[in-house]
Ligand binder design. Structure first.
Ligand SMILES: NC(=O)c1ccc[n+]([C@@H]2O[C@H](COP(=O)([O-])OP(=O)(O)OC[C@H]3O[C@@H](n4cnc5c(N)ncnc54)[C@H](OP(=O)(O)O)[C@@H]3O)[C@@H](O)[C@H]2O)c1
Length: 291
């Protein structure tokens, strides 16, 4: 039997693909529901992990709805930071390798280029602040742990925290229905496939690097050009694209970085980068996952 793994937040957009992929490759993976492990409850976390003693743990559980985090800082701290602190210590005690999923939103967007693992974080909103607190707890409390920063996910499962399909599927649906879309061209990010992260995690669990690693599909774009690419994939004519997709500002009141593109510098240095360019990953996703 290959090593026993545990995925927390297994029912989420990313967790679902991670569990499916490890199992497909013959790994035994525990995927408890929130009812079985509530990470904000230290004794529930301690009891579950010390009972099963997984060799590796991937934590996908988070509060990442930006508006919710702005309005409920204490809950965001509880889930994104304090619970992660406890988890890091429990994993350290039983020498279980921990991969904690984090975010591009730890950066402020002031850098004119994609962010590297060595760049200084400076989050603009409560979500980013609390995720950075979680990162720091992991780095302080567990020397056998990895912070894996991902970004702008697209995947076929619903985002549990937002109760929505991913941006790519929402835009695809609206484009097919002929709706007019107003989309922001001013925010750069690295759109990333959950399936590709799930594949990348196989080599990370095998090699067990520590510290911080960025894990996004290579390259970056903005939400307008991403939507444009989806329309191109749907074989829309240029004039239909121009009529349906309009450039505009975001209507969300929460501050967010205008550039949160990431570069997989460490994955490349480790000779492990299996992430494809974002356009290729997007096309593969749209081809395989029909609405
Ligand atoms: N989505 C993005 O675009 C994006 C971008 C950058 C980084 N990330 C990071 O990627 C990770 C995964 O995101 P996602 O989009 O897959 O999230 P998601 O779909 O909202 O899933 C989050 C999971 O966490 C679980 N959870 C929440 N609170 C919990 C608690 N107290 N105890 C146990 N489980 C709890 C949820 O449980 P239930 O199933 O019971 O709701 C859900 O299964 C997060 O760390 C997020 O910060 C996401």
């Amino acid at each position: 039997m290959k090593h026993l793994g545990l995925v927390i937040g297994a029912a989420g957009m990313l967790g679902t693909d991670i569990v499916r992929n490890f199992r497909k490759l013959g790994y035994t993976v525990l995927s408890p529901t929130r009812g079985e492990i509530d990470i904000s409850n230290a004794s529930s976390l301690q009891k579950f992990i010390t009972e099963y003693r997984p060799q590796w743990v991937i934590n996908c559980a988070a509060k990442h709805d930006l508006e919710f985090c702005e309005k409920n800082l204490n809950t965001a701290i509880e889930i994104n930071a304090n619970a992660v602190n406890t988890l890091a210590q429990i994993c350290a005690k039983i020498n279980s390798y921990l991969i904690h999923i984090s975010t591009d939103y730890v950066f402020d967007g002031a850098k004119g280029q994609p962010y590297l693992e060595t760049d200084e974080p400076n989050p603009l909103n409560n979500y980013g602040v609390t995720k950075l607190m979680g990162e720091n707890f992991v780095l302080e409390k567990n020397g056998n742990a990895l912070i894996l920063r991902v970004a702008a996910l697209f995947g076929s499962s619903i985002s549990r925290d937002k109760g929505l399909h991913c941006f790519v599927d929402r835009m695809r649906q609206k484009l097919i229905l002929g709706e007019k879309l107003t989309v922001n061209k001013k925010q750069n990010m690295s759109p990333t496939s959950t399936i590709e992260i799930a594949n990348q995690l196989i080599s990370l669990v095998r090699e067990q690097p520590t510290g911080i690693v960025h894990c996004v599909n290579n390259g970056f774009t903005n939400y307008y050009d991403l939507t444009y690419q989806i329309a191109r994939y749907l074989n829309f004519t240029p004039s239909r694209i121009r009529t349906q997709i309009i450039q505009g500002e975001t209507t969300n009141w929460v501050r967010r970085p205008l550039n949160s593109a990431l570069e997989n510098r460490r994955l490349n240095e480790l000779n492990l980068n299996s992430m494809q360019d974002w356009e290729i990953a997007l096309h593969e996703y749209l081809k395989v996952n029909t609405l």
